[in-house]
Structures are given as C-alpha cells and as structure tokens.
Design a protein around this ligand. Sequence first.
Ligand code: FMN
Length: 221
Amino acid sequence: MRISHALLALLVCAIVLAAAPLAAEENAAGGEMKSLGAKTFAQPCPVWVIGSYDAAGKPNVMTASWAAICNSQPPMVTVSLRKATYTYGNIMESKAFTVNIPSERFVKEAAYFGSVSGKDVDKFAASGLTAVKSALVNAPYVKEFPLVIECKLVKTIELGLHTMFIGEIVDVKAAESVLGANGIPDVTKLKPFIFAPGNADFYSIGASIGSGTEREKGPKK
Ligand SMILES: Cc1cc2nc3c(=O)[nH]c(=O)nc-3n(C[C@H](O)[C@H](O)[C@H](O)COP(=O)(O)O)c2cc1C
C-alpha cells in the first residue's frame, strides 16, 4: 500500500513537471508564446550617433543601436561596433568617442549616417551638420544635436561579429531647450527616437505612462 502511494506521488510529480514548460510558454493573456529563435529582438534599441576622428583628424559619425548605459558609478556607456566600420578603427586609435542623441527632426540624418561609411564620404559635409571638437576628449560632436555625451574609451571586449566599446562619460552637454524644470534632459522635449531590430524601422516615443519609482509600492493585484 505504501509503495503504491509513493508511486502515485511520483506520477503526480511527473505530470506537474511535464506540464510546467507548457505553462511557462503561455503569456499573461493565456495565449501561446511562439519561439523565434536566437535573434537580436530585444525591443526597442536607442538611436545614437557615434562621433570620432580618423587618423588624419577628419570627423566622422555613424549610427549605432547596439548601445546602452552600462554603469552608474563611474558613469559609462557601451556601444558595439563591427570591425568593418570606419568608426571601429577611429576609436581604437583615438581612444575616445561621443554619443550624439538626435531628436526626431534628424531622422533622415540618422538613417544616412548608418548607411554610408566615412571611408568613402565626409558625412558632415554631405549632411550639412557641424562637427565641434570636444575640449575634453579626442572626438567631435554634432553641434545641431540636442544631447551629447563625451566619452573616453576604457575597455573593449571581443564578442563575435561586434566588438563592445565601453566608454566612461566625461561630460554630458545638452541644449537648454531640452532641459526640464529640474535641469535634467526631458525626454518629451528632447524627442529622441527608437529603433526596432527586426523590421529596422524608427519609432517616436510617446507620453509618460507612469513613474519608475512606483515600483516601491509594489504592483497592483
Ligand atoms: C539604426 C541603425 C543602427 C545601427 N547600429 C549599428 C551598431 O550598433 N553597430 C554597428 O556596427 N553598425 C550599426 N549600424 C550600421 C552602421 O551605422 C553603418 O555600417 C555605417 O555605415 C558605419 O559607418 P562608418 O563606416 O562611417 O563608421 C547601424 C545602422 C543603422 C541605420
């Protein structure tokens, strides 16, 4: 009798364990989750324009979306570049770069900076935008863009197709017009836009839908 109880318990466990992956593959609405494979579909990504100098001192800009803040103290950013880009060699040599955050009105420039290489063209001359030499790091920034982050290279990590560049933020410069009352860049004034890996389209950012500090109160049941 005891043995049959134990067998029954084992059977119940086996059924529960077998059902567990099915439950995990259902989303909150009860629909089935579809596997899309190992892809770079972390949505959305930022649209940054990376500024650098080549060996001759020519300023260059390229669009990058494999990018993020990666440390708070000291403040750091990361951007992953393919060796084929002109920017890769530039930053390896100069050990510095800028992150230029375009507002929506520069969407065409961002697409252009991401489709041609500084090896072939002078992207500043072609776009009519102005390169300003940073006083703090050996890299140019885009004068017309409302938010600029000046970085010195602290580390590179080989990942595969991309090399991850980690830069320490030396200064952030913002146009007064994009600052909120608290003196911090206000995303609704800045109007940055985002990139959707997959369909490769740009999207605007909508209105605030809540405060990030609400988490302390816990989610509503
Ligand atoms: C929205 C967007 C995001 C991009 N993100 C990256 C990226 O994160 N890393 C990368 O190596 N190339 C990225 N590219 C491609 C480069 O911007 C492109 O190869 C560019 O021509 C390189 O410029 P350069 O050769 O002057 O450095 C992106 C392109 C676009 C349009």
